[in-house]
Design a protein around this ligand. Structure first.
Ligand SMILES: [Zn+2]
Length: 474
């Protein structure tokens, strides 16, 4: 389909269609519940990985007839399921299914490994090339996390399993070629060095504080120059935490990649226009992409501080996640937002971050809340945004003007409001009592008329960006 559309050069309709098909990786619209872009063919959740029409239940009953070893091969993330020609099915490794596509890539990986002057990067590239033929990524993943001092990075391989709607286990290939942002990465080291002090500084009683174990992921800030495969279709990710292999998590942790250029795109295409409508004019001058980026970095860092275990009551010692249940995720997202801001204020007090930029950080945070709230109050990030907006509106920190319908930061009271909200949520996590959490949500995630109105006013703004790239040789 892509080939035949690419060959039509004189028809604007064909080129629009081509853009849509490329953006969606096929003829179905990913951000619109898989409606067909053209024609009437219905979407199949097994995509090209399972024989068309095979259901999860049918596969389950077939798996019953297999040995444990065969079953494991069927459920392996890197096999496709095919009909075996005898009324049954077989599992085929990715490399034998996709050899024609993969071999040229392997050749390039070896070539780049030869050209690079960074041994850890070259080592990773060679292991990745090997992994593509064995469909065993462990060594390559470990080498990827161990990479040091490289100017370049790539996220490459079958990773995410979202697209498999039959079993949710099959990973799809994605590729990002990236230039590491040395300056932003150095900034990050500056912040993470303060983790322990940030925990000690939390506005909660000592019995709620934890011993900081450090970050479970390595952070890299990059700019990607191209993205392909699963990376190019659907929602454009601004950050990722990979690999997904639990064995690598155990031995090495993960690597968290931030695509700074995509943050800028999201800021310019969504947060800025949304803010222009909803934020008081006098404060629009403080909005900045870098302010937004700093806030997101602090959010990610602050997932690592605060109580991860229950500190009081009958569930003491249990993980807060297990003790609270499904409400934990939105609570933890809101906590990371607010503790991130609280800790950013601390870093400014310590002189690690410039105090003069406080207004920039806070207004950019407000803008990002309006982006999240558009996901709706049922979604974890949407719920987290509603909590911050409603709580700070009532307890100080955020102002709303009934006349102009505009929102603003109350600079005099913002840090106090953030502190008290941070304390409430940290204690909720430490208590691990879902009834308390539910009561807190019932109070602060009400769909108030002004929230409904904010969502309605920004209805016409895009929900995502479409990257267009050009190579300019100098
Ligand atoms: Zn988060």
């Amino acid at each position: 389909m892509i080939d035949s559309l690419s060959n039509i050069t004189d028809d604007p309709y064909a080129s629009d269609l081509l853009t849509l098909v490329q953006k969606n990786g096929g003829p179905f619209e990913l951000l619109n519940e898989y409606e067909p872009i053209i024609g009437t063919e219905e979407y199949y959740g097994g995509e090209e990985i399972y024989p068309k029409g095979l259901t999860s239940e049918q596969l389950d009953s077939y798996l019953e007839t297999l040995t444990e070893e065969e079953k494991a091969e069927f459920m392996y993330p890197y096999t496709v399921i095919r009909e075996d020609g005898e009324g049954g099915y077989k599992a085929v490794r990715y490399y034998s299914e996709y050899k024609d596509y993969i071999d040229p890539v392997i050749a390039i990986l070896y070539e780049v490994a030869r050209l690079s002057d960074n041994e850890s990067f070259s080592n990773f590239l060679r292991l990745k090339a090997e992994a593509l033929t064995t469909d065993d990524y462990y060594d390559a993943d470990v080498a990827w996390i161990d990479m040091a001092d490289s100017k370049f990075d790539i996220v490459f391989g079958p990773f995410e399993q979202y697209s498999d709607k039959i079993k949710g286990v099959k990973a799809k290939y994605e590729a990002y070629i990236e230039i590491i942002d040395q300056e932003a990465s150095a900034d990050l080291k500056k912040y993470t060095a303060y983790l322990k002090k940030m925990e000690e500084n939390l506005p909660i009683p000592d019995e709620y504080k934890s011993v900081v174990e450090g970050l479970t992921s390595n952070f890299t800030v990059v700019r990607d120059i191209i993205r392909k495969g699963e990376g190019r279709i659907g929602y454009q990710a601004v950050a990722t935490n990979l690999p997904n292999d639990p064995a690598v998590h155990k031995s090495k942790g993960t690597k968290k990649t931030f695509w700074k250029n995509m943050f800028e795109a999201r800021f310019n295409a969504i947060i800025k226009p949304v803010s222009n409508i909803l934020i008081d004019e006098s404060q629009l001058q403080y909005l900045s992409d870098d302010g937004f980026f700093k806030f997101v970095l602090m959010h990610e860092i602050c997932h690592a501080i605060g109580p991860r275990e229950v500190k009081t009551g009958p569930n003491k010692g249990m993980s807060a996640n297990a003790s609270i249940g499904p409400n934990y995720s939105p609570l933890e997202e809101a906590k990371a937002d607010i503790v991130g801001l609280y800790s950013l204020a601390y870093l400014m007090d310590q002189g690690v971050e410039d105090r003069g930029r406080a207004k920039e950080f806070y207004v950019s945070f407000l803008g990002s809340l309006f982006r999240s709230i558009r996901f709706g109050l049922d979604e974890a990030h949407g719920k987290a945004a509603a909590i911050s907006l409603s709580y700070l509106l009532e307890n100080g920190g955020i102002l709303y003007d009934e006349e102009t319908k505009k929102w603003s930061i109350d600079f005099d009271n913002f840090e106090e409001g953030v502190k008290s909200l941070a304390a409430e949520m940290l204690v909720l996590e430490g208590d691990g009592d879902n009834e308390e959490v539910q009561a807190f949500f019932d109070k602060w995630t009400v769909e108030t008329p002004m929230l409904v109105e904010a969502i309605a006013l920004t209805e016409d703004i895009a929900i995502d960006v479409l990257p267009i790239r050009k190579i300019i040789w100098e």
